[in-house]
Design a protein around this ligand. Structure first.
Ligand code: NAD
Ligand code: MG
Length: 399
């Protein structure tokens, strides 16, 4: 598709979390294709310096600073500017409702993505969803709302974008199973004892992708792949046993669908998040980009191996949560968010993370058929409990 294509209408977009890894890459895409996208809304949690710069470059109508204490600073940085500045997390859910927005890119991290996504769907906006936690927390609710309001959810996560692309044109055909590929993170091949002593710096050093801190830690513990399995469960209506995980260290094959006739379709390319971002913004069309192409001379071997559930307990816990259903994935997610934050603050060790998740899954009351209020309550309760577990000694419970 090129710019002369008459099928294309310029899209007005809101980018929630525009100062993060996915947010800034989305803006790079917008900058590369100024004829295609109009930015109406940008948001940050607290990085008002970068947001001020983005406001000058992209001229949005409205912005949100979720962390209220930082909004005044943004006003000082901007001086006289016509942009409408809102503050507080609740404003995120309000700005997505503006009539002139076609598509909302949800590039927030963690639970903060849930309410804005729900509000955008209720207003009939198309969703480009990077924020996997939204589907982990309340996938049934989000999916049924999307169906009710006839809203398409375009996955941004590279694995889910791959599956989505493989399924295009296959509407009436049966899926036997899917394989989500995983790089294995920085600790692939490490022994369980070695994982005890992993430092923050080691865990933040991902071999193939440069991403925000939370997802980088989730990749190191393989919780990321567990969250992605739950994300795929909701996006593609698959049973847990239809979702398999395979380690593929080169991150070239982004995921695979196996159909009922045994045929397998894979989507591949260099690991570059701008590819799934562009696709989520323009699907089912493709833009002509100049991103670096895969070369068989540079990468001549693709390899695969099974993950070891004894070492990557989080992956096993996420499958357990998916199988239990109800609010269990919400419990898993909230406990994991608390644990990752504590690890990043060096309050607990690497293996303290799965321990906190497992304890929370045992402790918090399981509900089979939760509504939105139950999810909000579960998230809150789990955070309080998980925080109570944080001590410097958490690690020793694993020894
Ligand atoms: P990031 O930490 O780099 O950026 C997060 C953005 O959200 C920032 O703009 C931040 O200001 C904002 N934010 C953070 N906490 C907030 C809060 N409480 N309220 C409001 N705004 C808040 O994260 P990222 O790596 O861009 O990841 C975003 C989402 O995309 C995550 O759910 C992640 O799992 C998913 N994802 C990321 C990648 C990647 O390559 N980075 C790949 C696949 C999926
Ligand atoms: Mg992914």
């Amino acid at each position: 598709m090129d710019e002369s294509d008459s099928m294309w209408e310029k899209k007005s977009i809101a980018i929630l979390g525009s100062t993060g890894s996915i947010g800034t890459q989305t803006l790079q895409v917008v900058e590369d294709f100024p004829e295609w996208f109009d930015v109406k809304v940008l948001t940050t949690n607290s990085n008002v310096e970068l947001l001020a710069d983005q406001i000058r470059r992209f001229n949005p109508e409205q912005v949100v600073v979720a962390n209220e204490t930082r909004a005044e600073k943004l006003k000082n940085l901007l001086g006289h500017h016509s942009v409408r500045i809102h503050s507080g997390e609740a404003a995120l859910a309000e700005v997505v409702e503006a009539d002139n927005i076609d598509l909302v890119m949800v590039a927030l991290v963690g639970y903060s993505g849930l309410m804005p996504t729900i509000h955008a769907i209720r207003k009939g906006k198309a969703i480009a969803l990077a924020n996997k936690e939204t589907l982990v927390v309340a996938g049934d609710l989000v999916k049924s709302l999307a169906t009710k309001h006839q809203v398409e959810i375009y996955p941004v996560d590279s694995e889910h974008s791959a599956i989505y692309q493989c399924l295009t044109g296959e509407d009436s055909n049966g899926i036997e199973k899917i394989y989500l590929t995983a790089s294995g993170g920085p600790f692939r091949g490490w022994k369980a004892e070695q994982l005890q002593n992993v430092t923050r710096a080691q865990a933040l050093n991902h071999p193939n992708w440069s991403m925000g801190n939370k997802i980088t830690i989730d990749s190191a513990t393989m919780m990321n792949k567990g969250l992605e399995a739950i994300e795929a469960h909701w996006l593609f209506d698959l049973k847990p046993e239809q979702i398999d995980v395979i380690i593929h260290p080169q991150s070239i094959i982004h995921s695979i669908v196996q159909f009922t006739d045994g045929s397998m379709k894979a989507q591949m390319g260099l690991p570059d998040m701008r590819v799934p971002i562009v696709y989520a913004l323009t699907a089912p069309n493709r833009l002509k980009t100049n991103f670096k192409r895969f070369s068989f001379e540079e990468i001549s071997k693709l390899t695969f191996e099974r993950p070891d559930p004894k070492r990557f307990i989080n992956l096993y816990l996420a499958y357990q949560a998916m199988e239990k259903g109800g609010n269990m994935p919400c419990i898993l997610n909230a406990a994991n968010e608390v644990a990752v934050q504590a690890f990043l603050e060096e309050k607990i060790g690497f293996m303290g993370m799965p321990w906190i998740v497992e304890q929370s899954m045992k402790k918090i009351t399981h509900r089979n058929d939760p509504g939105l209020d139950d999810y909000i309550q579960t998230d809150h309760e789990t955070r309080v409990f998980a925080k109570s577990l944080i001590t410097k000694k958490v690690d020793s419970k694993w020894k």
